[in-house]
Design a protein around this ligand. Structure first.
Ligand SMILES: *Cc1c(COP(=O)(O)O)cnc(C)c1O
Length: 409
């Protein structure tokens, strides 16, 4: 590993991969197929040699982005997908079989929760636990447990699982630990640093960062011993065991299921990623100030943000995230405020789903992303009707505070 810092490495990674004519960006390769001058070489690539054959399994442009994110995560290798959900689907569908058991945090992104219902339909058992307490994760262990999954900072409640404790326990038990690092990004935390075997980053969020491309990435941290994992097909138990897991994810997830990242999107994501640390710093700083302001406001009932000393995992966040606390807030307005009228009074923030954009975005959680699960389940998860999710962007801070002040007045 080079001694350069995070930003230096990310900015210079394209150029250092050796591009034509001194271009500082990797060229954008639109080819669907790759031709060979030697038939033996063509066969070798089909038989596992590194190279390109058909763009469903990747292009030089997606490969360059994979290297960039591997560096960010200090991992060994990565595979890109068309979206974060495609990347998560690939992990669960290629590594789990009917009869296997998955332990997951119950504080997870709604679409991941929905994906778990699909997995259960295929005969995979899923137990949802409060992963902020490692003892609850341990108590869910069964003989057929294969994998433990959690997000780093949960969307939208901002709960922080005991990432380190779970990592230590999974290492002891030989269990595969999969982390969704989307809300913290490798700027705040690497999956490796808490013992995860695989890390998923939705590139659509902070890494691309400008609401201009969808993508997802699975990175192998190099910590998990794949020789112990029973669901690797014999055909992929070849060569260095370190590569077995990602090989199966790539073959099954990209080649068979086909949710491939396009070269065009990969290029836009890699340009966005060059400013990730700058944007994260500004967005986290804005979010921290806004959280403190709103938590003092008489018209606000509750603010969930890891940077507040009232947050149940504030001390854990201080320890884990490089001095930052993320850029997502959950804010509950006073019960007598009409949430729709309030949102319609905002002038700076955009009323939109999505997070990790340069722009601040907000939406009423119960009526949108958590609508499908119904009132009963929402109540169990602590999602009030007046709860907003706010993804804080990189605007001038005073404009954000001013917007909330006028809309709450
Ligand atoms: C958005 C998100 C995803 C899914 O990513 P897409 O690129 O939108 O498919 C997964 N996990 C978390 C925590 C997210 O916020």
């Amino acid at each position: 590993m080079s001694a350069n810092g995070f930003t230096t490495e990310v900015i210079h990674s394209d150029r250092r991969q050796g591009s034509e004519c001194g271009a500082v960006h990797q060229p954008l390769h639109p080819s669907t197929e790759y031709a060979f001058s030697d038939a033996r070489e063509l066969a070798a690539v089909f038989q596992g040699k590194a190279g390109f054959s058909y763009a469903r399994q990747g292009t030089p442009t997606t490969a360059a982005l994979e290297k960039q994110v591997t560096k960010m995560e200090k991992g060994t290798a990565s595979v890109s997908f068309a979206s974060g959900m495609a990347a998560l689907s690939a992990i669960f569908l290629t590594l789990l079989k009917a009869g296997d058991h998955l332990i997951s945090s119950k504080y997870i992104f709604g679409n991941t929760n929905s994906l778990f219902l699909t997995l259960q339909g295929f005969g995979v058992e899923v137990t949802l636990v409060d992963a902020t307490d490692v003892e609850q994760v341990k108590a869910a262990r069964k003989a057929n447990t294969r994998m433990v999954f959690t997000e780093t900072i949960a969307n939208p409640g901002t709960q922080i699982a005991d990432l380190q404790g779970i990592g230590e326990w999974c290492a002891q038990e030989g269990l595969l630990y999969v982390l969704d690092n989307t809300l913290s990004t490798p700027c705040l935390l690497t999956g490796r640093s808490v013992g995860a075997g695989l890390v998923m980053n939705s590139l659509s969020k902070y890494i691309a960062g400008h609401g201009q491309a969808l993508g997802g990435m699975v990175t192998d941290t190099g910590l998990f011993d794949w020789t112990d994992y029973p669901n690797i097909a014999d055909v992929y138990r070849q060569g260095n065991p370190q590569s077995w897991g990602l090989t199966q994810i790539k073959k099954k997830g990209l080649r068979d299921m086909g949710a491939t990242l396009s070269s065009d999107a990969a290029h836009r994501i890699s340009v966005g990623a060059e400013t990730l640390p700058l944007r994260m710093q500004k967005a986290c700083d804005n979010a921290n100030r806004l959280a403190h302001f709103l938590s003092q406001h008489p018209r606000v009932t509750a603010v969930k943000y890891p940077g507040l000393s009232s947050h149940p995992q504030h001390a854990r966040a201080q320890q884990l995230f490089n001095g930052q606390f993320g850029a997502l807030l959950a804010v509950e307005l006073a019960a007598d405020i009409d949430v729709f009228d309030f949102l319609n009074r905002l002038r700076v923030l955009a009323l939109a789903t999505h997070l990790g954009d340069t722009r601040s975005l907000t939406l009423p959680v119960a009526h949108t992303i958590y609508y499908e699960m119904g009132a009963e389940q929402r109540a169990l998860m602590g999602i009030a009707d007046n709860l907003l999710r706010i993804s804080v962007g990189i605007e001038d801070y005073a404009d954000l505070e001013g917007d909330f002040s006028q809309a709450l007045a």
